[in-house]
Design a protein around this ligand. Structure first.
Ligand code: NDP
Length: 403
């Protein structure tokens, strides 16, 4: 008898990762069915997705949209239940009928629902890297204690996972892994001179050369903070230290990362830059399923280039290294300050080059504490957001950009 389809909760269903997840699921209705879909406030898209995937629950994080969601579901003739608020996000991440949780809410808002999935022992497909950056130790402890399965969705970490030996949790040294080569496209400003970065606009920052992504991660990619967050993510996922993770610029985004072994072998995972590949890998693991991604034409790609990153032009990467080394609440502060700075840049309140200045200010002026409890992490997150907002509002960072 065929197994019944796995129940999937998609947190952040209306975002880029969420849409790609539903695309892969729809190709395999015999394997996956949507149990719950969530959004922040994009009711129209959420209702449309409910119409196509018929989940039992639809959740908007922002309670002011619950009425519109309920009305939209009713008008569409659906019996999907409308819920709202942060507790509802955590609730649908831990439902008994949910087997897999795609954690694809952007930013710190994803932490609690991602943790709820980990605590409930689900297969957690983790796109929300900010959760690990904020509270890596707590998150990984939760996964181990509950027996949850953690599968990385970030294309780089998914690639590393695919190139690792199956028993890498014994410790990388013990299984012959010498280091991880974390690739980075370099973003839209890879070749810009430092002086040219002062005047770049949000539109330029969001125009990634290889990937279609949400606006926050697009700016992170342009500033290289995305690689900094991924460095921290890799250290937690693979239980290693930054000196074992080398960031390598690879502008074609065809190699998604590599693992270097003590015998000189380097294993790489290649593919077209399309998030449906890591999503399909994590959904089906240890099996393989079709994702809808075109096969890689390696002859068409023809060449693969590599460079070292320039941390003077892209100081966010250095700040990430330093905050991981500092430990405790430093990475929660880094993440929160970055979120405020990116939002302020997208609103044209600060310049692109002010992003690392806001983060440095928070890291330099705030007291670091331990990050052993969720309360400590959330308090550091809140305090860092307040400090970052204050420095943006005070305008002490120099000339403002006109919108
Ligand atoms: P998007 O901005 O496209 O989507 C974000 C999703 O989160 C939307 O569903 C949005 O709802 C929801 N959301 C936003 N704010 C909140 C909130 N406060 N509470 C609850 N839900 C919220 O982001 P991406 O899909 O690009 O990225 C999602 C995550 O995946 C990020 O952590 C990112 O770093 C990571 N990631 C993304 C990759 C990509 O290629 N896009 C690659 C690797 C990792 P609404 O639509 O209603 O606003």
């Amino acid at each position: 008898m065929a197994a019944s389809p796995k129940g999937v909760t998609v947190l952040g269903a209306t975002g880029t990762i969420g849409v790609n997840t539903l695309d892969v699921m729809a190709r395999h209705p015999q394997l996956y069915r949507a149990v719950a879909l969530t959004a922040n406030g994009n009711v129209e898209r959420l209702v449309e997705q409910c119409r196509a995937h018929r989940p039992a629950y639809a959740v908007v994080a922002d309670p002011q949209h619950e009425g519109a969601l309920a009305a939209g579901l009713k008008a569409a003739g659906l019996d999907t239940e409308a819920l709202s608020g942060p507790e509802a996000l955590a609730h649908v991440a831990a439902l008994p009928e949910t087997d897999y949780v795609m954690a694809a809410i952007v930013g710190g808002a994803g932490l609690l629902p991602s943790l709820a999935a980990a605590r409930a022992g689900k297969r957690v497909l983790l796109a929300n890297k900010e959760a690990l950056v904020m509270s890596g130790r707590i998150f990984m402890d939760q996964i181990r204690q509950s027996g949850a399965e953690l599968l990385p969705i970030d294309s780089e970490h998914n690639a590393i996972f695919q190139c690792m030996p199956g028993d890498f949790d014994r410790g990388l040294g013990r299984v012959g892994v010498e280091r991880i080569l974390l690739t980075a496209s370099g973003g839209p400003f890879r070749a810009y001179a430092a002086s040219d970065l002062e005047a770049v606009t949000p539109e330029q920052a969001c125009a990634h050369p290889n990937w279609v992504m949400g606006r926050k991660i697009s700016v992170d990619s342009a500033s290289m903070m995305n690689k900094g967050l991924e460095l921290i993510e890799a250290c937690w996922l693979f239980d290693t230290k930054p000196d074992k993770v080398e960031v390598v610029l690879h502008p074609q985004s065809v190699i998604h990362s590599m693992v270097s072994y003590v015998d000189g072998s380097v294993l790489a995972q290649l593919g077209n830059p399309d998030m449906r590949t890591p999503i399909a890998h994590a959904l089906a693991w240890p099996e393989r399923i079709a994702s809808g991604v075109d096969p890689l034409d390696i002859v068409q790609v023809a060449r693969l280039d590599f460079e070292r990153p320039d941390m003077d032009r892209f100081p966010c990467l250095r700040l990430a290294y330093e905050s991981f080394e500092a430990g405790g609440t430093a990475t929660a502060i880094l993440n929160a300050a970055n979120e405020v700075a990116v939002e302020s840049f997208l609103e044209a309140r600060i310049r692109f080059t002010d992003i690392p200045r806001v983060i440095s200010h928070c890291l330099e002026t705030m007291e670091l504490g331990t990050a052993d409890t969720l309360e400590e992490v959330l308090a550091a997150d809140e305090a860092a957001r307040a400090v970052a907002r204050a420095v943006v509002t005070a305008g002490g960072l120099g000339r403002r950009v006109t919108a």
